[in-house]
Design a protein around this ligand. Structure first.
Ligand code: PLP
Length: 407
């Protein structure tokens, strides 16, 4: 069982006051805070092990290489993936999805082929596919959302057909919190001979994930949303898939042999990690993975689901507040988006900030979803392991203040 009070002791940033009130950080879907263990791992790496990796013979280079590669193994274990070589480190989810659209998409998607997405995607799972469609003449197809804020699976099924080359879906919506049936959609894709890409930016931090059980072909996520540093993303690919792909970027570390007119490539995963990677932050990400694994992702999920249920209960008693997304907390992750007309989401976030409560307001990089909901923006509270019921009550108190201001 998770004890947020104990956990909070590991997060120095949460000790501060904001606008004269204790900081209540509820913007975890944007990025989480970092425990001391991660911060110390980063500092320790620079104080004891810093060197460039893979090419060096000297002791520090070997040590840095071992530490970096060990995190590849930890990442594979975190995803229940059998092979660390199927993990490529990128800068973030966005770069991981661009890698797929470029390195796999350019070779396999042609004019008239179809790419199936959904209206609840983050821009990072839309724009790379739009660019691919523009390069190749492929067509984009978007599955809609039911009035309850769930993905319309019948529509997904109807869209996937013989022309479908790739289906790319978020595992969990960063706005609605909806957890999507990606295994079921992956099965539909497989039967049509299409590839299944899962945007795991919001799921990997909050749910137990087993990529092999999900049956997907690619799974992408970001370290910074799961207690790790910024600047590290992960792309996992089904066994053998990376080998069929040409590199995304060229340069040092990704080659086997360079001649004047052409080169050959290093083995996977190095073929996809051109140049000096973000070594220190990858090493520190290892500490974040250890932290989450020690808690257990099942316990993380249980804690955040209970908190979400409590938040939905508290917020439903606030006059004039409407929530977006599924009604049941077990069908969603720890994200609650809401409206309080006539207060603009920016006004709501500003008043909340006055109470020391950090929430997000805006389109959340999901403009297609905003259009579907018929709003320009929403307010969003999102939870992590260090949040507790007091935090939700502080949010509710701030929202009562919004009602006093806007009548
Ligand atoms: N996908 C989803 C569902 C997200 O919530 C986010 C970030 O908010 C991203 C992708 C992009 O992540 P990053 O900015 O780390 O690339």
């Amino acid at each position: 069982m998770i004890d947020p009070r104990e956990i909070r002791k590991d997060f120095p940033i949460l000790e501060q006051q904001v606008n004269g009130r204790p900081l209540v950080y509820l913007d975890n879907a944007a990025t989480t805070q970092k425990p001391r263990q991660v911060i110390e791992a980063l500092v320790r790496y620079y104080e004891t092990s810093n060197a460039n990796i893979h090419r060096g013979i000297h002791t520090l280079a070997v040590r840095a290489t071992e530490q970096y590669e060990a995190v590849r193994g930890k990442t594979a274990a975190f995803l229940s993936a059998s092979h660390p070589e199927d993990i490529v480190f990128t800068r973030n989810t966005t770069e991981a999805l661009n890698l797929v659209a470029r390195a796999w998409g350019d070779a396999n998607v042609h004019e008239g082929d179809e790419i199936v997405l959904t209206l609840m995607e983050h821009h990072s799972n839309i724009v790379p596919w739009q660019q691919l469609a523009q390069r190749t003449g492929a067509l984009l197809r978007y599955a809609g959302i039911t009035p309850e804020g769930k993905l319309d699976l019948d529509e997904v099924r109807g869209l996937i057909g013989p022309r479908t080359k790739v289906v790319s879906v978020t595992h969990m919506s960063n706005v609605l919190g909806t957890i999507n049936a990606v295994a079921e959609i992956g099965e539909m894709a497989r039967q049509a001979g299409a590839l299944m890409v899962v945007d795991g930016a919001q799921s990997a931090p909050h749910l137990p994930v087993d990529v092999e059980a999900l049956g997907c072909d690619f799974f992408a996520f970001s370290a910074h949303k799961m207690l790790g540093p910024t600047g590290v993303g992960v792309l996992w690919a089904r066994r053998g898939l990376f080998e069929t792909m040409e590199p995304f970027l060229g340069g040092g570390d990704m080659i086997a042999l360079v001649r004047q007119d052409e080169s050959t490539w290093a083995d996977v995963p190095h073929k996809f990690e051109a140049g000096t990677p973000n070594i220190a932050d990858v090493v520190a990400f290892g500490a974040a993975l250890d932290y989450l694994q020690d808690l257990g992702m099942g316990a993380v999920r249980a804690h955040e689901m209970a908190l979400t249920a409590y938040a939905m209960e508290q917020l439903s008693s606030i006059e004039g507040l409407t929530m977006h997304g599924p009604e049941r907390a077990d069908e969603r992750g720890g994200v609650v988006s809401f409206a309080m007309n006539p207060a603009h989401p920016h006004d709501i976030a500003t008043i909340a900030d006055g109470h020391g409560v950090a929430i997000r307001a805006g389109h959340h990089c999901a403009q297609l979803l905003m259009r579907h909901l018929g709003v320009a923006a929403t307010s969003r509270a999102s939870f992590s392991i260090y949040n507790d019921k007091d935090d939700i009550e502080a949010l509710a108190e701030a929202l009562e203040h919004v009602n006093r201001v806007f009548g």
